[in-house]
Design a binder for this molecule. Structure first.
Ligand code: BES
Ligand code: MN
Ligand code: MN
Length: 452
């Protein structure tokens, strides 16, 4: 029945998703403010069509939150579905093989910004809901909360959650915004990393100088910034900030063995990324390095002359954006402080440094013995014919820790993207199969969860 409904309506589901993907809801870019709102309105219309009792667009200081619910019976369990309808900027545009906001299917994959992260995955929930409603199979109360600021730190969602605790009352949070190992090896994410995001500025002389007249006699802030940055890792790939690893929860041998049981092919990984060798913290596997180890990376660096041709200049300033991915039990605020202190401490006398913190977020781990995890596991078994493998993802969804703290709720991370789907990159895509199987798995989840 469910399979049939999805198959019969698949083309319409995709057509609707395409219409949503055509709206460039880039939350970071104020020029797209109206588009972000249009994407919220589109979603609220589709939720209404799918059969919710109530849907509203909740205003915030930033982009709106779409809230909807269908309460079939207050004595039944309630699932709160969270997702985001905002997307990352699409640049560099010239690297896309088809325009980012003109979705197309190639090789059975949907190519568009937001196809996987997260419109495509949110839309599975809308269509799973429609399927259950039309087939009279709703077995849980469902609430939807879909925000437009995930990609910029979810500040206003944090406020909304704190102010609407009774409205958001539920038994469990359900999110599809993470990755699956493969269709042959289904998996459920059981951990996400936290984040501290910093910006640094190094200033040398009070103005840009002629690099011949002054070069060699005055410190060049770009050279200085580069050596400061390179000192942040040692030869073993460890972060050198004092205290950085102090609170890191080390895995037991059993946990490490379990984590490394997940299928992973290094040669394929390297080939897909076009690299000859990998690099990371010594003593850990790739799955450990992205799943359970903290990291520090430069996300952007600038200064001096970057225009056409050559201009000889010894710049006055150099800057960089640096992110640190955090793991249990590191605290974003503490790591931000450790970084700030250390970066100032290593600054040579011939420059001054300014350190600013951008958004942060706490890491999260979810239980594998909870009724909701078990329901998700059964749902995957039913649809994929295999028990899903628990995995730790390297990305961050800071709101998951906040849901636990403010609402006391656990989350099930039932994501259907692949790491190779190029989220945040040019040519983001999402498998049509991932989309349809995802809808089926979500429907199966409700069935099993209602029997908990
Ligand atoms: N959906 C991603 C996070 C993600 C990706 C989790 C892949 C697991 C696997 C989310 O939209 C995202 O990009 N989060 C940001 C953090 C946010 C605070 C900007 C991230 O991880 O960089
Ligand atoms: Mn996302
Ligand atoms: Mn994202």
């Amino acid at each position: 029945m469910v399979k049939e409904y999805i198959a019969t309506n698949k083309d319409r589901f995709l057509e609707e998703l395409f219409e949503w993907l055509r709206i460039p809801s880039i939350s970071a870019d104020s020029r797209h403010k109206q588009d972000v709102r249009k994407a919220a309105e589109f979603l609220s219309d589709k939720l209404a069509f799918a059969g919710v009792d109530k849907v509203e667009i909740c205003e915030t200081k930033g982009h709106p939150i779409v809230y909807a619910e269908k309460i079939i019976d207050p004595s039944k369990p309630t699932v709160l579905v969270y997702g985001h309808y905002d997307v990352q900027p699409a640049d560099p545009l010239n690297l896309w093989t088809s325009p980012p906001f003109e979705p197309v299917i190639k090789d059975d994959k949907i190519y568009a910004r937001g196809a996987c992260d997260d419109k495509g995955q949110v839309y599975m929930h809308v269509k799973a809901f429609e399927t259950m409603d039309k087939l009279n199979q709703l077995s849980c109360n469902i609430k939807f909360m879909v925000e437009g600021e995930e990609e910029v730190g979810s500040d206003n969602l944090g406020i909304f959650v704190k102010e609407n605790k009774s409205k958001l009352k539920a038994d469990i949070i359900l999110i599809s915004d993470t990755a699956l190992i493969s269709l042959e090896h289904p998996s459920i994410t059981t951990g996400l990393r936290g984040l501290s995001y910093m910006e640094v500025e190094v200033t040398g002389p009070n103005r840009d100088l002629h690099s011949g007249v002054y070069g060699g006699a005055v410190a060049n802030p770009i050279n200085v910034l580069c050596s400061m940055i390179s000192s942040l890792h040692d030869d073993h790939g460890k972060v050198t900030i004092p205290g950085f690893y102090n609170k890191v929860a080390e895995l037991s041998t059993t946990e490490r063995v379990a984590l490394n049981k997940a299928p992973f092919e290094l040669s394929r990984y390297k080939k897909e990324l076009g690299i000859d060798e990998i690099r990371g913290e010594g003593g850990f596997t790739t799955l450990e390095r992205t799943g359970v180890r903290p990291t520090l990376d430069v996300n952007g660096i600038w200064g001096g002359y970057t225009g056409e041709g050559a201009k000889t200049v010894l710049p006055s300033k150099a800057s960089a954006k640096i992110s640190m991915r955090l793991v249990p039990n590191q605290k974003s605020a503490e790591i931000t402080e450790l970084f700030t202190k250390h970066f100032k401490a290593i600054a040579p006398k011939y420059v001054t440094v300014k350190v600013t913190a951008h958004h942060g977020g706490e890491p999260a781990v979810t239980a594998t013995d909870s009724p909701s995890y078990k329901a998700a596991s059964k749902a995957f078994e039913e649809v994929f014919g295999k028990t899903p493998i628990p995995t730790r993802d390297g990305g961050s969804i800071p709101i998951v820790a906040l849901f636990k703290k403010e609402l006391g709720l656990d989350t099930v991370l039932m994501g259907f993207g692949f790491d190779s789907d190029a989220i945040h990159s040019p040519n983001e895509h999402y498998g049509v199969k991932n989309f349809t199987l995802g809808i089926e798995t979500i429907v199966a989840f409700y069935k099993h969860f209602s029997k908990k």
